[in-house]
Structures are given as C-alpha cells and as structure tokens.
Design a protein around this ligand. Sequence first.
Ligand code: PEP
Ligand code: MN
Length: 457
Amino acid sequence: MVDSSEDTVVLADPAVIAGLDYWRTLPIKQQPAWPDSDAVGAASAEIGSMPPLVFAGEVDILRDRLAAAASGKAFLLQGGDCAETFAGATADQIRNRVKTVLQMAVVLTYGASTPVIKMGRMAGQFAKPRSSDMETRGDVTLPAYRGDIVNGYDFTPESREADPSRLVRGYHTAAATLNLVRAFTQGGFADLRQVHSWNQGFARNPANVRYEQMARDIDKAIKFMEAAGADFDELKRVEFYTSHEGLLMDYERPMTRIDSRTGTPYNTSAHFLWVGERTRDLDGAHIDYFSRVRNPIGVKLGPSTTPAVMRELIDKLDPNREPGRLTFITRMGAEKVRDALPPLLEAIKEVDATPLWVSDPMHGNGLTTPTGYKTRRFDDVVDEVKGFFEAHRAAGTYPGGIHIELTGDDVTECLGGSEQIDEATLATRYESLCDPRLNHMQSLELAFLVAEELAAR
Ligand code: PEP
Ligand code: MN
C-alpha cells in the first residue's frame, strides 16, 4: 500500500539545476568587490543550508493574485523603505510600516472596489545599486554604500569594506522581520475595523479635511457590512507578501530551492523580486537568473525604455505568457510619464502577453536641494501617478498598482503634502540612508488621492 502521508517528491531535471548558475558566465553589474572570495563562498553556503523564508505555495497564490490585478480585478500596493537597515529592524519600525501599508490598502480597496494585494519592500530589501562605485567626501574617496547586506554606511575605510558576514546577518534580519510581519498580519492587528479607526484619526486632522468625506463613506460601508452580517473574524487576517530588488547574487542564488511538488526552482528569499533599472540588461546575469525561477518577477522601466526592449523582456521572462508572471514597474518621472508610457502601452496591445502595470512615482522624481538633501516633491509623486492613470485610460489598458518608498514614521524626507514640509524642515528628521521616503501622513494622503483615481478607472 502506498503511504498517503508521504507526498511524492519530484526531482529537478539536472539541466534545470545547471541553468541556475548560467548567469555566472554572463556580464553582471552592481555586485560588490568582496575582499575574500572564500569567505563569500562560505557565507553563501551557510545561507544555502538555512530554511526558506517563503514557501512555493504562497508564491503560487501571489502569482494568481497578480494575474487578477493585470486584468483589472485587483490592485497591487507595494511599499516600504528604499533600503532597509539592520538597525531599523525594530518592532516599532516594522509595525509602523505594516500599519501604514494596511491603512493605505483599506482606502485603496474602497476606491478600487477590488481586492488590494498588500506587499512590503520588506524582509530583504538590503542591497542597493549605486550610480558610482566610489563616493568622495572632501579629499577622501571610499567604496559607495551598497546596503547593509554588503557594507556599512559610516564613512570610514573599515565600514565601507564589503563584509561577507553581512550576507548571513541579512538572512537572519529578513527572517526576524518576516516573522513579525506574519504575526502582525495574522494575529489580529490587521482587523479591518481597527485599521479603519486609524484612518479616521488621520481624516480628523484639520490638515486633511479634503479626505474626510471619503473616510465617512468608508465608515458607512463598514457599518453596512456589519449590519448585513459580514464575517468580521475573516477580516482580522490579511495576506501580506514580501518583495525586494533581486540584485545581490551571492544572496539570491543560495536562497533558490527546488520545489519538491513540481521539481521547479523558486527563489525563497521573497515572494516577489524585481530587477532594477540598472541591471535589467537583456543579455546580463540578472535577467537570465530570474528567467529561471518560478516567482512572479518585476522589472523597472525608465523613460528611455523602447517597445523593442519591452518585447524582449517579455520573451525572456514570460515566454509562456503566463498571467501574473511579469510585472512592469514604470518609473518615468512626472514630466515624462505622459510621453514615455503611451508608446509602451500601444505596443503591448500587439503582443500576446498581459503584464501587470505598476507605477513607481518615486525614482523618476528625485532632486537635490541647494543644502544637499536628496528629496522628492509630493506633488510630483502625485502627478506621475495621475499621468500613469491617464495613459492607461487612453490606451484601454489596466493601471494595476503603485510602488512606493515609504516609512510609517514621521520623517521629513519628501517635500510637501498636507503638513507642507519645506526645505528648511527636511533637516529636522531626515533618516533615510538612501532615497527619501514618504512619511506616514504623506503615504495616507497619497492613498486617498489614488483612491479617487481608482474610482474613475
Ligand atoms: C529602488 O527601487 O530603490 C531603485 C533603485 O529603483 P530603480 O531601479 O528604478 O532606480
Ligand atoms: Mn530607492
């Protein structure tokens, strides 16, 4: 008799396993200059022996959810730090970020009248691409900061040297973060009525009167659900997915595992990974590696992306034209989005693929103040999202999500918003080690504004 308690294990084809290392033969960008290759090998091997952070079954569910978003039946909210730090992986900061995403999601769900897929740039967003390998301050030049999983931010030779032990610390910090995220989202913290009561607090602030009506409408909708007998116990838990830029191959490769149900490889460091604007070369290492794992994959598209490049990315990453497999995250800049996005949307109609289109209104809108702060204007962020919706409306395609750099804390990194953060205020609480993030209030305000766009989608 067959023992039904033992599932059949499907082994991977040896050619599939070999393919997972093919990227090593290809040109690769944005990797650190590790001082000691034996130590990197040992750190990668250690990570390779650790448990997966996410499971293949969860990844498959996410793919289905993203497929729904690609056809207008759901909306993706992806948000979190530009660069997570090890020191920032505290209970308070993680809670505030999760809380902000949950609050935004309730508002967006109301606006879209569809489910909102909640996804953090969290539990692994530790590696950063840099525009220059070196950084100069005064007459000292040192390696650039590449994120906590590579080197330290302090501007000293010791701190800036790439340190392979950080790879292992990155894994453990991601595991601890994800553990808390799972607890918050499964253990009652995500209760719809509680999240809504936080939003009412936001709308009661005199600076936010513009959003009071929608908050009241949401309140009515919840009361109606209650009266109609909705099962609020079911609404105490939410699905929350993790994502980060798939950049640092000495971390991503050892986190790759073969799913015993299907014999196919999954990257188990996050549910969703995206390839950045600087590393998405068609013949480069990153696109090759990510073409071989089953996770849903994102690609950032900047304003110079041509329809031809877009089509080749589809052929490489989504050869089977599988709904939910491929997400294009456009980051054009408020000034360019209305010119740069429409040609891609026209071209996609001629391709038999249905990528999910997501707006990243952050990375095309950076500026540096005369006092030297890297910042973004809240109005530019809003304007790019509006341009994104306009372009999709004109093309008849679906605007399927937003990708935001945010924190749940009251930092002062982006200009504007209802609190009217100005250049002088930036200095008071600028904490990002990398790009400027929307703070808690600015994030909620953006959610209300996007909800208005969604209602008109
Ligand atoms: C990022 O998402 O932090 C980033 C570096 O984005 P991009 O690749 O679009 O520049
Ligand atoms: Mn960034």
